[in-house]
Design a protein around this ligand. Structure first.
Ligand SMILES: Cc1ncc(COP(=O)(O)O)c(C=O)c1O
Length: 389
């Protein structure tokens, strides 16, 4: 049977491929240290679970409005208004089953076949895959280690033109942990005005930031009319399996995203949306505890990586990923990632899972205990000593 050409242009995600391989190895009795997974290893806070259980028991088990339950939209709008310093209401907020479907539908709503889409590289692979699916051309925006994994302005200026219909940013960033500065955001906004393109800002790690305060491009006066600001519950509240994301968009885009929802999944899980209201308005102690753990682990992994000969790692400014440079080992990203898994039982991702400019790097998720992180690094050191011999 035939499949569509568009389907053939989509690509998968390294993280899910490695997870499948790990499951297979574990089924065969191998012990694996999981440093490949992009999700917090904490449980969803109890108060959030209880709010959803209460919603089920109160009969909130039917279809809800396609853009999201009013109360959840209103809560998300207040949260986004306060954290981004923007003046918006529930009519600007759309709720979907995760950040991913918001990325997908926002791209479908703004990009035509033949358009150019500027995507961070190394970057989250979905942006490039969906651009290809649409028949657009993904144009890599090189995030450079020597710039703390930010872009070089003159290089970016070379990439934009009148075919650019969308530029994607993700700060704090997966996989590098890099954070764009206010000046970077201003540069992007000015280019967007000059060339009249949309900006998709994937802000899923907005609360997982360590040193500088979070900056959103939406806060720049005038930017909201051409911006899609996406955040969600998955990472901040350890709710990856709940599937909850929300976006702030101009009202005329909200109507179009609702059209996608109607034609695709009808609505986001009705009782899960109670988790948005409780999560965003309830006590934040669990988030604070999670952040304290991430800080400890960040220190442990970065110091540990820098102590290994041939490896160097910048301190990530946000998210929960370390992105060490491994070029001095003489091994390619994929070969070293494969050896770590096959020979040491340490699962991580090759930098190339995040695009061509990820060559020479590995991505470690530090959503794991300090003990496991230290054991993984000990095994990596041992492996590299053996490789040098
Ligand atoms: C940058 C980025 N955007 C989106 C997602 C997916 O978010 P969700 O689980 O809400 O669909 C991830 C998950 O790893 C991510 O790293």
């Amino acid at each position: 049977m035939q499949f569509s050409d568009a389907m053939g242009r989509m690509s998968g995600e390294g993280a899910f491929e490695v997870l499948a391989k790990c499951k297979q190895m574990e089924a065969e009795g191998r012990k694996i240290i999981h440093l490949q997974i992009g999700e917090p290893d904490f449980d969803t806070p109890k108060n959030i679970c209880e709010a959803a259980i209460k919603a089920i028991n109160s009969g909130n088990t039917h279809y809800s409005s396609s853009g999201g339950i009013f109360e959840a939209r209103k809560t998300a709008a207040e949260y986004m208004a306060q954290t981004r310093n923007i003046d918006i209401g529930p009519e600007h907020v759309i709720i979907m089953p995760g950040v991913k479907p918001l990325i997908f539908t926002a791209m479908m709503a703004t990009v035509n076949p033949g358009d150019e889409v500027i995507v961070p590289n190394p970057g989250y692979p979905t942006y490039e895959s969906v651009s290809n699916f649409i028949g657009a051309k993904p144009v890599p925006m090189h995030l450079r280690e020597e710039k703390d994994f930010r872009f070089i302005t003159d290089e970016l200026k070379e990439l934009v033109n009148h075919k650019t219909s969308l530029l994607v940013i993700n700060s704090p960033q997966n996989p590098t942990g890099g954070v764009l500065t206010k000046e970077d955001l201003q540069t992007i906004y000015e280019l967007a005005e000059e060339y009249d393109f949309w900006i998709l800002s994937d802000e899923i790690y907005s609360k997982i930031i360590y040193d500088a305060p979070f900056e959103s491009i939406g806060s720049i006066p005038g930017a909201l009319k051409r911006s899609i600001l996406i955040d969600g519950m998955s990472k901040t509240y350890a709710m990856t399996g709940w599937r909850l994301g929300f976006a702030v968009v101009p009202e005329d885009m909200a109507e179009r995203l609702i059209m996608f929802a109607i034609n695709n999944f009808s609505c986001t899980n009705t009782f899960a949306q109670a988790g948005i209201v409780e999560g965003l308005t309830g006590p934040q102690d669990d988030v604070d505890k999670m952040m304290a753990q991430f800080r400890r682990r960040r220190e442990a992994i970065v110091n540990g990586l820098n102590a290994i000969e041939g490896v160097s790692c910048l301190m990530p400014q946000g998210a929960f990923y370390a992105f060490p440079n491994i070029t001095e080992t003489g091994l390619s990203s994929q070969i070293l990632a494969d050896k770590l898994l096959d020979e040491c039982g340490v699962a991580c991702l090759a930098g190339t899972c995040f695009g061509e400019y990820g060559e020479g790097y590995l991505r470690f998720s530090y959503a794991n205990s300090v003990e496991n992180i230290q054991e993984a690094l000990r095994l990596m050191d041992e492996l590299l000593v053996k490789e040098r011999a």
